[in-house]
Design a protein around this ligand. Structure first.
Ligand code: UT7
Length: 337
C-alpha cells in the first residue's frame, strides 16, 4: 500500500475579545441586520494585544496533544499566514521556539491568503509522501484586525482573528488525504490585496532631501486591505465549485459521497451557493461563520477542529475542504477520516 498522510490531531485558538455586530455599529455606519443578513456573521474575535505567533502556538500545542505526540516528534513546521508578527523570522520559527520543538528541523511560512492552510497542507502532504518528513505541524493563522481599515464598513465587518492547526503524519491505511488541488491567478490580484509599501528604498532618502520628503509621504500611504466584494463573491462561488469537482474527480468520488464539506468561512451566501451546487443537505455542510467571521488562513482549520470536537467527523467519512482568497488563490482537499 502506498504511503499517504493523515491528520493525527487538530487544534485551534481564538482571542478572548468578542466584537459583536452591534459593537461595530458604534464604530462605522452599519447594522447587525445588514451584516448578519448579507454575510451570516454575528460576532468575531479580535486579538487586542496578542501576536500571530502566540495564537499559532496555542493552536499547535493543542493539535500535538490531540495527536498523542510530543514536541520532539515534530519534524517540520509550515504556517499559512499573511499577517506574521514580523517579515522575518517566520511564524513557524516563533512557534518552534514557543513550543520547544527540536532545533534543526525545517520551519517556514507560506503566503496564500485565505487559501494558506490548504496550500500548507498540500506541501506537508508532499513532504510526507516523499518521506522527507514524518510528523508535520501545519498551521493556518491570521490577524486581519491588524490590516483592515476600521473606517471602511464594506470590509472591516467581515474579518476576525484566529488560528487553527493539525498534525499530519505518515500512514499506510486507507484513511488520509485522497487528493489535493491548488490554483492561482495573479492577473486578478487587484480584487483583494493588502499593500505593503515595499516599492521605495530608504537609499533614495539619502540621495536627495526633496525625494526623501516625497518618499516619506509615500511610506505613510494607506496600507489597509482592499477588496472588490461583489467580484470576489462571484469568483469565489465559481472557483470553489470547480475546485471541489476537480478534487472529487481525482479522488474518484461523487458529491453524494461527501459526509462533510468544510468551506472557507467568508460569507454564508457563498457557502449556501456551494451547498446548492453540490446538492448537499445542511448536515453535510459545516459553518461557524456567525461566531468568528472570516479568519482567512485560520478559517478551515478552526472549522475542522470544531467539526472533529463536536463529533461531526467520524472514522471513514469523506471530507472536502475548499478555500478561496487573495492572489487570487484557491484550493481543495479530499480527506478520508
Ligand atoms: O476571504 C476572501 C474571500 N472573500 C469573500 O469571499 C468576500 C466576498 N464578498 C462578499 O462577501 C460580499 O460581496 C460583501 C459581504 C463584501 C458585500 O455584500 P454585497 O451584497 O455584495 O453588498 P455590496 O457590496 O453590493 O453593497 C450593497 C450596499 C451598498 O450600498 P448602496 O451602494 O447599495 O447604497 C454598500 O455601500 O450595502 C452597503 N454596505 C453596507 N451597508 C451597511 C456595504 N457594507 C455595509 C455595511 N453596513 N457594513
Amino acid at each position: 500500500m502506498t504511503l499517504k498522510s493523515k491528520i493525527l490531531g487538530t487544534g485551534s485558538a481564538l482571542p478572548k475579545k468578542i466584537i459583536t455586530n452591534d459593537d461595530l455599529s458604534k464604530v462605522v455606519d452599519t447594522t447587525d441586520e445588514w451584516i448578519s443578513s448579507r454575510t451570516g456573521i454575528r460576532e468575531r474575535r479580535i486579538a487586542l494585544d496578542g501576536k500571530t505567533s502566540e495564537l499559532a502556538a496555542r493552536a499547535a500545542k493543542e493539535a500535538i496533544k490531540a495527536a498523542g505526540l510530543s514536541a520532539k516528534d515534530i519534524d517540520l513546521v509550515i504556517t499559512g499566514t499573511v499577517t506574521p508578527d514580523m517579515a522575518f523570522p517566520s511564524t513557524s520559527c516563533f512557534v518552534q521556539l514557543e513550543l520547544g520543538l527540536r532545533a534543526g528541523i525545517p520551519a517556514f511560512d507560506l503566503s496564500a491568503a485565505c487559501s494558506g492552510f490548504l496550500y500548507a497542507l498540500d506541501v506537508a502532504d508532499n513532504f510526507i509522501r516523499s518521506k522527507s518528513a514524518k510528523n508535520v505541524l501545519v498551521i493556518g493563522v491570521d490577524l486581519f484586525s491588524k490590516i483592515v481599515d476600521w473606517k471602511d464598513r464594506s470590509t472591516c465587518v467581515l474579518f476576525g482573528d484566529g488560528a487553527g492547526a493539525v498534525v499530519l503524519g505518515a500512514t499506510k491505511s486507507k484513511a488520509g488525504i485522497l487528493s489535493s488541488k491548488l490554483f492561482s491567478d495573479g492577473r486578478k490580484w487587484e480584487l483583494l490585496y493588502s499593500p505593503q509599501d515595499k516599492n521605495r528604498t530608504p537609499f533614495e532618502d539619502v540621495k536627495s532631501k526633496a525625494k526623501s520628503a516625497k518618499n516619506s509621504k509615500d511610506s505613510t500611504s494607506d496600507s489597509t486591505l482592499k477588496m472588490k466584494g461583489n467580484e470576489i463573491f462571484k469568483l469565489a462561488v465559481r472557483s470553489m465549485g470547480s475546485a471541489v469537482s476537480e478534487a472529487l474527480k481525482e479522488a474518484r468520488l461523487k458529491p453524494s459521497d461527501i459526509s462533510l464539506l468544510i468551506p472557507h468561512q467568508a460569507n454564508n451566501r457563498i457557502i449556501k451557493a456551494m451547498q446548492q451546487r453540490l446538492k448537499l443537505s445542511d448536515a453535510q455542510v459545516f459553518s461557524n461563520i456567525e461566531k468568528y467571521g472570516n479568519t482567512s488562513a485560520a478559517s478551515i482549520p478552526i472549522a475542522l477542529d470544531e467539526a472533529v470536537k463536536s463529533g461531526r467527523v467520524k472514522r471513514g467519512n469523506n471530507l472536502i475542504l475548499v478555500a478561496f482568497g487573495g492572489g487570487l488563490t484557491w484550493a481543495s482537499t479530499v480527506i478520508k477520516w
